[in-house]
Write a protein that binds this ligand. Structure first.
Ligand code: NDP
Length: 244
């Protein structure tokens, strides 16, 4: 993968950072992007220690102008974009009847509109290159739904539908678009869940353990490698068997 370029959104920490590390070890040059400038720079430096070139760009994926700038800066530095991982995501959990409009809007804006914004910008470049791989991070909740996550499940279900439409539109130009649907993965996002909720999750995981960011990164790595060239429009579950 030497000289190929991968942009990973929401990659200052968590699953995104793990994906960036995995791709860096495969030889990809990496663009770390996230909303916190300090964290972005810190993570980009850590990635460079793995022996590849990495740049950090502060971007809010909900803002099309910032996303345009992300791709412009990436092209200025590397002159190509081979891989886009739409990973940035947030939760604002509460029961449907208590959910504020702002909780709904914030989650849809980052998880779904952010994925649209970045996919659109990447597609313009990849179509000219006639190659590219896009991987969207969805969730099992986007398939199953979940109590207290009407906004999140709608956003992640939307990501799956967006993945399929983009896969159909872009296939003729040699671009694949797939989604990964993680289950319960141990990160900052799930750290705040009560022990009771965590234990309840594990009762429905046949493999009887939470997933790690590396479990997700390994599958993403496959989906951006030539080994997956004949796979597009698919949703790969990384959930210990939760959904089958
Ligand atoms: P984290 O909260 O640990 O990381 C998410 C990252 O996205 C953070 O660095 C965050 O920045 C960044 N981010 C938030 N909003 C924006 C924005 N507007 N623009 C750019 N970056 C932004 O989450 P995880 O690593 O756990 O999750 C990564 C992805 O995996 C998400 O899409 C999530 O929905 C999905 N997922 C996670 C599961 C889990 O169990 N952890 C299960 C299923 C799916 P900051 O820290 O500054 O807010």
């Amino acid at each position: 993968m030497d000289q190929q370029v991968a942009i990973v959104t929401g990659s200052a920490r968590g699953i995104g950072k793990s994906i960036a590390e995995k791709l860096a070890k495969q030889g990809f040059q990496i663009v770390i992007c996230d909303i916190d400038q300090e964290q972005v720079e810190k993570t980009a430096k850590e990635i460079e220690q793995l022996g590849t070139k990495a740049i950090g760009i502060k971007v809010d994926v909900t803002k099309p102008a910032e996303v345009d700038q992300l791709f412009e800066e990436t092209m200025k530095t590397f002159s190509r974009v081979d891989v886009l991982i739409n990973n940035a995501g947030i939760t604002r959990d509460t029961l449907l009847i208590r959910m504020q409009e702002s909780d709904w809007d914030a989650v849809i804006a980052v998880n779904l509109k952010g994925t649209f914004n970045c996919t659109k910008s990447a597609a313009k470049i990849m179509m000219k290159q006639r190659s590219g791989k896009i991987v969207n991070i969805s969730s099992v909740v986007g398939v199953m739904g979940n109590v207290g996550q009407a906004n999140y499940s709608a956003s992640k279900g939307g990501v799956i539908s967006l993945t399929k439409s983009a896969a159909k539109e872009l296939a003729a130009r040699g671009i694949t678009v797939n989604a990964v649907a993680p289950g319960y993965i141990e990160t900052d996002m799930t750290k705040s869940l009560s022990d009771e909720v965590k234990a309840a999750f594990l009762t429905v995981v046949p493999l009887k353990r939470p997933g790690t960011p590396a479990d997700v990164a390994n599958v993403v790595n496959f989906l951006v490698s030539p080994d997956s060239d004949y796979i597009t429009g698919q949703v790969i579950h990384v959930d210990g068997g939760m959904v089958m």
